[in-house]
Design a protein. Structure first.
Length: 299
């Protein structure tokens, strides 16, 4: 009768002897970095290739030893976890404020008995990317001309539904009404959105309160008030500039004030700024497990 995989025992099978030797070598490599025992209970959630939680294959257990680079686990799991599998660990005895979590990659496994699995893992990998702060907060993506997180929103919502992530409104932005792309804003013609707008310029003479076009004050290389004939006017001390009516060169619109005009970076639509769609920008937050803090607590 063949011994179950992973159970120790003598064997004359050269393949089995080779596997046992490789396991001993791996153990030696693992212990090259000192590890410390830790009593924490954990939930191990396998991560699918798209970053989603494989909740049906989750396993509970305990963290047995810990180092800055990895963690050893004993899990109640009838299913195997192949080497290279990404797993998100959630500390069951987390402090208030949200569950502590960390992404790991399985390095090796060993059966301790029916339904019991010993797992050696290192921090990082795909599961670590899932909870990286850079992937949880929306950032400008040039390829889409939009503000989006590193992972698709449906994937992050799945983790939030499990309580691993916390959703927060991080900003409110204005988007294109046609494609929801990110627009740029400027002041322009409120009628057609053109930027080809000019405005009349006036001078207000403080002493006599006269207001007139700049051209009426120009006398050679100096400014002279056409009303009181005061010469050599100094800006700020004797007068100020005023802006008159704005005129659009395209639609001949005229008004004292320019209006906000937007143009979408994605589809190119130009539209009045007050037609922009306001959007709440949602980001996500994870409480990261700090191996050094756990080691300090264990010490």
């Amino acid at each position: 009768m063949t011994a179950p995989t992973g159970l120790t025992g003598s064997t004359t099978n050269p393949v089995a002897r080779g596997e046992a030797a490789a396991e001993r070598t791996t153990r030696g490599e693992r212990r090259a970095v000192p590890r410390r025992s830790t009593p924490h209970r954990v939930t191990a959630i396998p991560v699918l290739p798209d970053g989603s939680p494989d909740w049906e294959r989750r396993a509970s257990g305990a963290a047995r030893d810990l180092s800055p680079g990895g963690i050893g686990l004993e899990l109640d799991s009838p299913a195997d976890m192949p080497a290279g599998s990404p797993v998100l660990l959630v500390l069951q005895d987390s402090p208030p404020g949200g569950p502590l979590c960390a992404g790991v990659e399985v390095r090796h496994t060993r059966r301790l008995g029916p339904g019991r699995l010993r797992v050696g893992s290192s921090f990082g990998g795909l599961a670590g990317e899932v909870v990286r702060p850079e992937n949880l907060v929306p950032r400008f993506r040039p390829e889409s001309m939009a503000l989006v997180p590193g992972w698709p929103e449906p994937v992050l919502r799945k983790w939030a539904d499990l309580g691993v992530l916390r959703a927060d409104v991080v900003d409110r932005i204005q988007l294109c009404p046609a494609c929801h792309g990110l627009p740029t804003f400027r002041r322009g013609c409120s009628g057609c959105g053109s930027a080809r707008v000019t405005a009349d310029r006036f001078i207000h003479h403080f002493t006599c309160a006269h207001v007139g076009p700049v051209g009426d004050f120009e006398a050679g290389e100096e400014l002279v008030c056409p009303k009181c004939r005061t010469r050599r006017l100094v800006v700020g001390a004797d007068y100020e500039y005023l802006t008159g009516v704005h005129h659009c060169a395209d639609c001949h619109w005229g008004d004292a004030q320019l209006g906000p005009v937007a143009q979408c970076l994605r589809c190119g639509l130009r539209f009045p700024g007050d037609q922009a769609v306001e959007w709440e920008l949602t980001g996500y937050h994870a409480h990261h497990l700090d191996p050094l803090a756990l080691l300090a607590g264990a010490g």
